[in-house]
Design a protein around this ligand. Sequence first.
Ligand SMILES: CCCCCCCCCCC/C=C/C(=O)SCCNC(=O)CCNC(=O)[C@H](O)C(C)(C)COP(=O)(O)OP(=O)(O)OC[C@H]1O[C@@H](n2cnc3c(N)ncnc32)[C@H](O)[C@@H]1OP(=O)(O)O
Ligand code: NDP
Length: 319
Amino acid sequence: MTDDATDDVTDDAHERALPGLPAPAPLGTSALPEGTYDGAVVLVTGGGTGLGKAIAAEFARLGADLVIASRKEDRLKAARDELAGLGGRVTAVPCDIRDPERVTEVFDAARQAYGLPGVLVNNAAANFPVPAEDMSPNAWRSVVDITLTGTFLMTREFARRHLAAGSPGSVINIGASYAWTGGPGFAHSAAAKAGVQSLVESLAVEWAPYGIQVNGLVPGLMPHQDMTADIRGNLDRAAPARGHEPDGPRRELDARQPALRVGAPRELGWAATFLASPYARFITGHTLVVDGANWQRRGLVSPEVVTVREQMGRGPFGE
Ligand SMILES: CCCCCCCCCCC/C=C/C(=O)SCCNC(=O)CCNC(=O)[C@H](O)C(C)(C)COP(=O)(O)OP(=O)(O)OC[C@H]1O[C@@H](n2cnc3c(N)ncnc32)[C@H](O)[C@@H]1OP(=O)(O)O
Ligand SMILES: NC(=O)C1=CN([C@@H]2O[C@H](COP(=O)(O)OP(=O)(O)OC[C@H]3O[C@@H](n4cnc5c(N)ncnc54)[C@H](OP(=O)(O)O)[C@@H]3O)[C@@H](O)[C@H]2O)C=CC1
């Protein structure tokens, strides 16, 4: 397993004599005791790519049996083989989380393979940048259905099964900080993530009496090789590469973060393994933000306004 983010502070930071936040611990290490998840079953939606795969990897290193679920079978299988190399057992189940019947099948497959998952990571989501005035009803529906409705359906099925069995469980919803700030250019995703955030707060209270924890986990900018072409293209436009190695660390992205570096996917994985661990049993209804304080960033004087259309290189509406 690789982890795509830089371990180094940037050239820019060195030029400015600013260290930024320290680099994370090496990939393959963990703060939790070895075997913390021995015998545990962890279900990660969207576990075949990007941050979901990085989260799954950290649970696997600590002994968990994994179930990864998403739509595209080829990517799931490739991830399954990669994750299996970390030691634990891995099952890949194709599933569109918008479909309640498919959701039921994922839990049936998990139960058959290893037993009822004790941890559910709702990581799958959909997103693409688009000015709101250009967004079709179907584009809105697609993002909201996957991100919000899919998360709800997975969580409901998880809770139903635990309530029936009388067993405890832990749900982690992967969010985004524009749930709180709004997300110009991502109105659909920001609205959906605000809904996901609200689910954390409602369901933590509703299900604490039954022993089910529900927490949120919000990544900052964590680039990875699986990022969609849409998002990668707009990132490139927002922070054009200046001749650094094309697949290496993106220093022009680092320089735009208060931490002077982007996040490494494993940093999100470590946070997830903590939140679902025996060391976080009294934490529920909480959202942990792993973003180097980027979402609180404000300037003394705001930068000049650039419309979303301009940021995306689009001409005037309707032309
Ligand atoms: C402005 C500055 C930008 C700076 C960049 C910063 C980037 C930081 C972002 C960090 C936050 C990240 C949060 C994330 O959630 S990342 C996760 C992203 N991953 C995914 O989205 C993976 C899954 N995505 C998909 O499968 C697809 O993208 C899709 C969401 C479209 C879902 O597929 P589905 O099969 O359901 O949908 P369709 O292909 O049938 O399309 C449905 C409608 O949506 C319209 N559409 C699709 N893409 C676009 C687009 N790029 N722009 C506008 N509209 C789009 C499509 O046309 C369909 O509508 P119509 O039927 O009306 O045509
Ligand atoms: N990367 C970042 O910097 C940030 C990411 N996030 C959040 O982190 C999470 C992971 O994002 P990231 O890894 O970057 O993105 P990816 O595009 O790599 O992951 C999205 C995953 O969701 C799965 N998925 C999409 N639609 C469905 C569906 N209908 N049913 C089942 N699975 C589906 C995809 O698999 P498939 O196509 O096979 O279905 C894919 O594995 C998301 O919740 C995202 O909002 C938040 C802020 C920043």
